[in-house]
Design a protein around this ligand. Structure first.
Ligand code: ADP
Ligand code: MG
Length: 248
């Protein structure tokens, strides 16, 4: 129980089925996992192992078939659509592979949009700190198409950080970036964990990206298949190899 009190998010016997009858896919099969507060956790596993499904269920973007999902003390399983939407807006930050910035508004407007929708204003000191740390001071008035991929993803990271969410979920955040821009984004996510205690859960297929995390949770065929503390690229590659999977 003591461990539960430090979990920012957790799944209990989480099962997710897609389709029905003979076509049923068991994307998650009774998964029990906790994501610690103030930690950077990576979720890895072969393609189709259930990484995105797990993240979507934890973030209230998808609904469990059975089992439970908690964000802190809140049981998401019983929440209706409206309560889930509100919870996502107020307590969760997202970073996606495809950046998902609105093209017609500036970097600054993109950063502030989720808070605006929730009727919230960022603390000015925190906003200035995030913008400076992410190297975006000179870019605030730019539209997304005037920014490089790495800059766009940094805007998306700022957008996720500003409301100080309980958890930031990132699905393949470096998948569209070259290795240099990817390393910058990973270092910024890690710094948010180290410096302000942000909780980050990241899906990746890249052992180097996973090595930025404090811990790696491995999935295979919708089940938990390993847990690595203090991952290095080599330990992650070894664990993936043991799963019988190519690093994919
Ligand atoms: P990963 O992110 O690890 O590649 P996913 O969570 O996307 O894996 O998918 C896990 C399994 O569930 C796969 O077999 C996938 O084909 C299936 N799946 C995912 N989403 C859907 C969906 N919306 N409808 C049907 N099957 C799905
Ligand atoms: Mg996926």
């Amino acid at each position: 129980m003591t461990e539960n009190s430090t979990a920012a998010a957790r799944a209990v016997a989480l099962t997710k089925l897609y389709g029905s009858g003979e076509a049923t896919v068991r994307a998650l099969d009774s998964v029990d996992v906790e994501f610690h507060r103030g930690a950077f956790t990576a979720i890895m596993g072969p393609s189709g192992s259930g990484k995105s499904t797990l993240m979507h269920c934890l973030a209230g973007l998808d609904v469990a078939s059975s089992g439970r999902v908690y964000l802190g003390e809140t049981d998401l399983t019983g929440l209706g659509d409206r309560a889930l939407t509100e919870m996502r807006r107020e307590r969760i930050g997202f970073v996606f592979q495809a950046f998902n910035l609105l093209p017609v508004i500036t970097a600054q407007e993109n950063m502030l949009l989720p808070m605006r929708l929730a009727g919230l204003r960022p603390d000015p000191g925190w906003m200035a700190q995030v913008v400076t740390q992410l190297g975006l001071d000179e870019r605030l008035g730019h539209r997304p198409h005037e920014l490089s991929g790495g800059q766009q993803q940094r805007v998306a990271v700022a957008r996720a950080l500003l409301p100080r969410p309980d958890v930031i979920f990132a699905d393949e955040p470096t998948g569209n970036l070259d290795s240099h821009a990817g390393a910058e984004v990973l270092a910024l996510l890690r710094a948010s964990v180290r410096e302000v205690g942000q909780t980050v859960v990241m899906v990746t297929h890249d052992p180097v990206a996973a090595s930025y995390a404090d811990r790696v949770v491995l999935l295979a065929d919708g089940r938990l298949a390993g847990d690595i503390d203090g991952p290095t690229p080599d330990s992650v590659i070894g664990a993936m190899r043991d799963l019988g999977a190519r690093a994919c």
